[in-house]
Design a protein around this ligand. Structure first.
Ligand SMILES: NC(=O)c1ccc[n+]([C@@H]2O[C@H](COP(=O)([O-])OP(=O)(O)OC[C@H]3O[C@@H](n4cnc5c(N)ncnc54)[C@H](O)[C@@H]3O)[C@@H](O)[C@H]2O)c1
Length: 437
């Protein structure tokens, strides 16, 4: 991607369209409204709270990221989306049970105005859900046209200038890449023929890209991680990104594993288990949806530890991930990790992590950052995969001949250097020799 000669200003309103208005989406919407009303801080959001060092350490320049790059402001965001349930954002947020009633009641009026459009939905792709608020069109191409109309109508009704779509819907069943995904022509043919390799999430994504709207994928579904969508995004000059928000246990994993590797400590086994009781947990209780999540969660260690380069340290690692649906927990997941490591002369040690986290509280700031940075990329004229946003994903999309970067510290450096590059500032290498000349 070239350095932009100019970045279009963030004038006017930015529409955020979310297929799937459940726990994560409503925590984003309610969170932004609560922050605007002075009821809380955007904690966890790099775009809102993070700073970026510019120039030498002696220069003392560390502005807030939001003051350094031209991002849309929270007051300019307009939310919309689709769901298989007709509940407005207030009802859906109350059902999700993430935020307290007092907070929701204080912003009820705003939340009531966000009503989902009818969903593109097929139970073959999410087996544990049954909804009534779904489009009646009988074929997949017809659904594409309906979603395109929804996007156009939303834009007009709300007077928004730009849009970003971000999948916050349920995890679909595991789909293998299929030859129909290989180029735009075969993808379009497959949609027209109602091919089983076209999941509902792909219908939203295809419609978005055709409308010139960037698409991000917060679930581990295949969706835009196929050659045809990558080509389409490039052709349309529209950013794409995915997949699967990096929160909870995987966030911990990508913080710890780079540390072990940095110190050349061996890892013999990593057993991860989770209990959660929200709707996401219920959907993931289906082995077909769990398989999609499992693949996304397992890759992380392989890429960070590089067993092919360090056989004696990581060549024999046993890595297991489980998710159990346990209704009493709601959104307040518990993730346990038992890590068997070894040190000098092979002496074994153990680390136990018990993360009592809140899934949607961790995911909401990622959605906000992703949307704001992707809109920025769009205004820089950067179409296609946005590797610099790997920081936010469990299973980051990368060019087909590249391995994805999972180490959160490298991801952060990549993100900040991309912002510096965008704004024509010197990149920071952390070499630091010049201070000692
Ligand atoms: N919360 C996290 O920390 C986290 C982390 C990584 C990934 N994710 C993923 O984000 C997604 C959302 O998580 P959540 O906790 O909000 O789940 P949720 O079940 O509360 O919300 C998902 C919503 O999507 C809707 N939906 C399903 N299929 C749809 C379709 N085809 N069109 C429109 N709506 C559809 C469901 O009705 C539901 O309301 C899940 O796929 C989850 O795996 C969440």
């Amino acid at each position: 991607m070239d350095q932009p000669s100019t970045i279009k200003p963030a004038n006017g309103k930015l529409g955020i369209l979310m297929p799937g208005m459940g726990a994560v989406a409503t925590t984003v919407i309610a969170g932004v409204e609560a922050i605007k009303a002075g009821l809380g801080q955007p904690i966890g959001s790099l775009s809102q709270m993070g700073t970026i060092r510019l120039g030498k350490r002696t220069e003392g320049r560390s502005p807030l990221i939001k003051d350094f790059v031209p991002l849309a402001g929270l007051d300019d965001l307009v939310f919309g989306g689709w769901d298989v349930f007709p509940d407005d954002a207030y009802e859906a947020a109350a059902h999700a049970g993430v935020l307290e009633k007092d907070t929701l009641n204080a912003i009820e009026e705003r939340l009531r105005t966000v009503k989902p459009m009818k969903a593109v939905f097929d139970r073959d792709y999410v087996r544990r859900l049954e909804g009534s608020h779904i489009k009646s069109g009988k074929d997949k191409w017809g659904m594409v046209l309906e979603v395109r109309e929804d996007i156009q109508r939303f834009k007009e009704d709300n007077g928004v200038d730009r849009l970003v779509m971000i999948w916050c819907g349920s995890t679909e069943i595991f789909l293998e890449p299929n030859p129909v995904h290989n180029d735009i022509e075969s993808l379009e043919k497959a949609i027209k023929e109602n091919h089983t390799s076209i999941a509902p999430s792909m219908i939203y994504a295809y419609a978005a890209l055709q409308e010139g709207v960037p698409f991000l994928n917060g679930a581990p579904n295949l969706t835009v991680d196929i050659p045809a969508m990558i080509q389409l995004a490039k052709q349309q000059g529209v950013p794409i990104g995915g997949k699967d928000f990096k929160t909870g246990q995987t966030l911990m994993k990508t913080i710890l594993a780079p540390g072990f590797k940095a110190r050349m400590l061996g890892v013999r086994g990593w057993f991860s288990t989770n209990i959660l009781g929200n709707r996401d947990g219920e959907v993931l209780d289906d082995p077909y949806s769990f398989k999609t999540k499992e693949v996304s969660k397992l890759d992380v260690l392989e890429y960070i530890l590089q067993p092919e380069l360090h056989k004696e340290l990581y060549g024999d690692i046993y890595h297991k991930v489980r998710i159990n649906y346990y209704p009493p927990r709601g959104d307040e997941k518990e993730g346990w990790d038992n890590i068997d490591i070894f040190g000098w002369l092979g002496y074994p040690m153990q680390i136990k992590v018990d993360f009592l986290c809140r899934d949607s509280i961790l995911a909401a700031p990622l959605v906000l950052d992703l949307v704001l940075f992707t809109d920025l990329a769009q205004r820089c004229g950067w179409g296609g995969i946005q590797e610099w946003l790997s920081f936010y994903f469990k299973s980051p999309q990368a060019a087909p001949d590249l391995y994805p970067e999972h180490d959160i510290f490298i991801q952060l450096m990549k993100l900040k250097n991309t912002l510096r590059f965008m704004m024509g500032e010197d990149l920071i290498t952390h070499l630091g020799q010049e201070y000692y000349d």
